[in-house]
Design a protein around this ligand. Structure first.
Ligand code: NAP
Length: 288
């Protein structure tokens, strides 16, 4: 720890490890009771190297946790209608409990239409409108994995959100928007910021909790972090750089996620946990 560091690091790797262990134990129980292990279908359109790596990583984690995965690799020229057919087929297949459509799918695909072909009870990545509504209304359902992971991190570090000002920077359908909804559900006062936000530094200076979900290296300056704030950096930029100027933020924040090892590992952990939940539901096993 440097002389000026004040923040405690939020250990996503450690927490994710514990969540995956628990998911693995439940997956083993499910196979013992039903003779069927949880199965995640992964769908990839094209061969974008980053997407190939992400899917490989997710499948490897599944295998380690005793979750089967079935990979469907579609050619880059796949149309939206063909992709929807594939996803609808998986939605109807009783041997598949969860479905992950790796995105971005490519500019020629209507991604929203494709996501909506995933049956809500198999939407373990939390990408459908149904899941978003469930998150927003506080109804049972799957959460988007990265927002779900962020909330679990906040819980693990006993961050009291009631009445706190939270600034969410980024408003994507899978990250910024849902994490704002989950923070709101925990009684935070949420401000969404985006590329048209005029006074981002002013909003950050007031925030007790900052969630950075942009994809711009060090967009959030350390000097703008309110002393004692909780800083969650979901951003990932080349060279293991987050959206927050980590070194400077470290001297002002109370809690901060490192990049890597903060939010990243939590995303896959939530995916695995939700796949096991989906299998338990579909196979008629009681939740723990
Ligand atoms: P995205 O769809 O590209 O959305 C980025 C958001 O940032 C948009 O809402 C955009 O605003 C906003 N934005 C862009 N420039 C900005 C600026 N100068 N000031 C304020 N806001 C700005 O990205 P995403 O999929 O949400 O991902 C965001 C980041 O999280 C990326 O670095 C990604 O790699 C990372 N990520 C990490 C994980 C994980 O597992 N750790 C998972 C998913 C994503 P507009 O809406 O106005 O365009």
């Amino acid at each position: 720890m440097s002389a000026t560091q004040t923040a405690q690091l939020m250990d996503g790797t450690g927490l994710a490890g514990r969540i995956v262990e628990e998911a693995a134990a439940r997956a083993a129980q499910i196979s013992q009771h039903t003779g069927t292990s949880p199965c995640l279908a992964t769908v990839l359109v094209g061969e974008d190297p980053a997407s190939v790596t992400y899917v490989r990583m997710k499948r490897a984690r599944c295998a380690k946790a005793g979750i089967r995965s079935r990979h469907i690799a579609l050619p880059a020229a796949t149309t939206t209608a063909e992709l929807i057919d594939t996803l609808a087929g998986l939605s109807d297949d009783p041997d598949v409990h969860g479905i992950l459509l790796q995105h971005p799918c490519g500019p020629h695909i209507d991604e929203r239409a494709a996501f909506e072909a995933i049956a809500p009870h198999k939407d373990v990545d939390g990408v459908t409108a149904h899941s978003f509504a469930a998150m927003s209304f506080g109804l049972p359902g799957f959460v988007s994995c990265t927002p779900g992971g962020i909330m679990r991190l906040l819980e693990a570090y006993d961050v009291d959100l009631t009445g706190r000002r939270a600034a969410v920077v980024g408003r994507s359908a899978i990250l910024g928007k849902p994490v704002g909804m989950l923070l709101l559900a925990r009684d935070a006062t949420v401000t969404y910021c985006h590329s048209r936000t005029a006074d981002l530094p002013d909003i950050i200076r007031e925030a007790d909790v900052v969630v950075a979900a942009v994809g711009r290296p060090r967009l959030i300056r350390g000097e703008d972090i309110k002393p004692g704030a909780v800083v969650i950096d979901a951003g990932y930029n080349r060279g293991n750089v987050g959206d927050v100027d980590f070194d400077a933020a470290l001297t002002r924040a109370r809690l901060i996620t490192p990049v890597p090892g903060g939010v990243g590992p939590m995303t896959i952990a939530v995916l695995l946990a939700q796949t096991v939940d989906a299998a338990a539901d579909q196979l008629g096993i009681e939740h723990h």
